[in-house]
Write a protein of this length. Structure first.
Length: 336
């Protein structure tokens, strides 16, 4: 049985999620201790427990330690099966992170799957729906994956109540080579506002327009139904010939709209000022599909602890190597 220390590297939930995905794909059981040891509230929170239960359901796994607050877990995968699944987090926990746990194995199942997840869709510290749909899934599709993703309802912290549905067709993944982003072909920003004053989004877009020198026709207010709120998020989408990146700021009680927007702008400007093809979050999340496929390489502007932790888990479960080198002001990440 593979033994994993959840306090290594970034010490968060990603170590657990990647372990669940890879355990199912490689049919290897594992035991993890010190789950989320580096977080303010260590152990399994609702969204992590939902990811565990979702992973267990798609492969009839035997699990020990699957309860709120647990810091140790044993997971013994059974036979993977596609089908129709519905997972409810019950809080505003990230539905996208639950999806990213079951997506890699379900791409290798014998039959198609439809996965419905309710919870948060735009959560601080998690990839929002827009990021998955515009940045991550198009690159996985380039590798050969056939995934359709639908947002049926927005969900913000603390209420949640969002809903996403994914239709996953079994697919073999080819090599991905992404070393240049190519010419910029589009750029726009959106401010989502639900059950809050509309001027919150307007102030966010004003900051983005001024700091990125964008025109008014690149800035969009997305007013949502009051029953989806209260909630606010702002996204900056930058489209290049070879890749699309999405940068997000999440509204929080007590945080000025201008500061929410500035955080997203800072991340976008950091990416645009580099020579890298992908930003730090996309870099981290491409590793698993590349390892499960035919590998490949990409350039990124930042090598985070999330990426290094993900690389370690991949090398623990698989005879693959994740190599990082520096070249021309960017980092080259190779999976082979």
């Amino acid at each position: 049985m593979i033994e994993i220390d959840g306090s290594q590297g970034e010490g968060g939930g990603q170590i657990l999620r990647s372990s669940l995905s890879l355990a199912i794909c490689t049919q290897q059981p594992f035991r993890i201790v010190n789950i989320r040891a580096n977080r303010d509230k260590p152990g399994l929170l609702r969204q992590h427990l939902t990811a565990v239960k979702a992973a267990a359901e798609i492969c009839d796994a035997v699990v020990v330690g699957d309860e709120i607050g647990s810091r140790e877990l044993t997971f013994k995968p059974g036979r993977l099966k596609g089908g129709s699944y519905s997972f409810a987090i019950g809080t505003a926990g990230s539905s996208t992170l639950v999806l990213q746990t079951v997506l890699p194995p379900l791409l290798t199942a014998a039959e198609e799957s439809v996965v419905r997840i309710t919870g948060g869709t735009h959560n601080r510290g998690s990839p929002p729906f827009d990021f998955l749909q515009r940045a991550f899934l198009p690159l996985v599709a380039r590798m050969g994956a056939r995934v359709e993703l639908e947002l049926r309802r927005y969900g913000f912290y603390p209420r949640g109540g969002g809903e996403i549905v994914a239709r996953i067709t079994p697919s073999a993944l080819s090599e991905l080579t992404l070393t240049e982003r190519g010419e910029q072909v589009g750029a726009y920003a959106e401010a989502y506002v639900a059950a809050l004053p509309i001027h919150i989004g307007q102030r966010e877009l004003e900051v983005i327009g001024k700091r990125l020198h964008w025109s008014q026709d690149q800035l969009f207010i997305r007013g949502l139904s009051n029953d989806m709120g209260p909630g606010n998020a702002v996204t900056i989408t930058v489209e290049h010939a070879n890749v699309t990146e999405v940068f997000t700021g999440f509204g929080e009680r007590g945080v000025r709209s201008e500061d929410v927007a500035s955080g997203a702008v800072d991340e976008a400007r950091g990416y645009l000022g580099s020579e890298a093809a992908v930003g730090e979050h996309l870099a981290d999340q491409l590793l698993l599909p590349m390892a499960l496929g035919q590998g490949g390489s990409f350039t990124t502007s930042v090598v985070t602890e999330h990426l290094r932790s993900n690389a370690t888990i991949i090398e623990t479960f698989m005879p693959k190597r994740v190599l990082v080198s520096e070249s021309g002001g960017a980092f080259v990440v190779r999976v082979s």
